[in-house]
Design a protein around this ligand. Sequence first.
Ligand SMILES: Nc1nc2c(ncn2[C@@H]2O[C@H](COP(=O)(O)OP(=O)(O)OP(=O)(O)O)[C@@H](O)[C@H]2O)c(=O)[nH]1
Ligand SMILES: [Zn+2]
Length: 201
Amino acid sequence: MSAPDRDPADVPPFDQARAEAAVRELLIALGEDPDREGLLDTPARVARAYAEVTAGLRQRPEDVLTTTFDLGHDEMVLVRDIELWSMCEHHLVPFTGVAHVGYIPAESGKITGLSKLARLVDVYAKRPQVQERLTTQVADALMRILEARGVIVVIEAEHLCMTMRGVRKAGARTITSAIRGSMHNAATRNEAMSLIMHGTR
Ligand SMILES: Nc1nc2c(ncn2[C@@H]2O[C@H](COP(=O)(O)OP(=O)(O)OP(=O)(O)O)[C@@H](O)[C@H]2O)c(=O)[nH]1
Ligand SMILES: [Zn+2]
């Protein structure tokens, strides 16, 4: 199994001491003096920040999609504009934007709490990522855990590796989508896309 699909139970605990040592080394490599006053606490701080933004490596989607209700509701549920912060695995700098997540519940009407959809996005966003994988992982988790009949996930994000450095194209937004199950039905997919693009207005 490739690393991105690794069971979070197999991911070793975050190694704060090792991360601190690595940041100290990086500062030296940059030509900085890690012992000057302003940088004294930086390795520990940066290590804690990385622990926070990669916490999803140790979280299972099953653990956030816990609250489910059998409401008998079997029509589309869609949450738009879920704020998203992730880390590009190529440069370890952020990409940020929004996720739109919609699903058609199982015939039993098994649904989850709305906030859990946002939590699910976070589980996968808080890992070193590429936007394409993030999109498919969220879609596949909803299909598997909620036994949804159909799923659509659209993510629109700006990659700081393309804006603060490199090609430097501020404002360029990358859009990825994953469509599963009955969401392939043209009418259903069009309804979902229209809601994502325009809401109900
Ligand atoms: N497909 C995909 N590419 C990404 C994502 N995040 C960053 N990238 C790209 O990953 C690529 C890495 O390319 P490299 O040529 O190895 O790295 P680089 O020399 O820093 O490339 P530049 O960014 O073009 O300067 C770049 O084209 C990035 O734009 C992502 O989520 N998905
Ligand atoms: Zn990047």
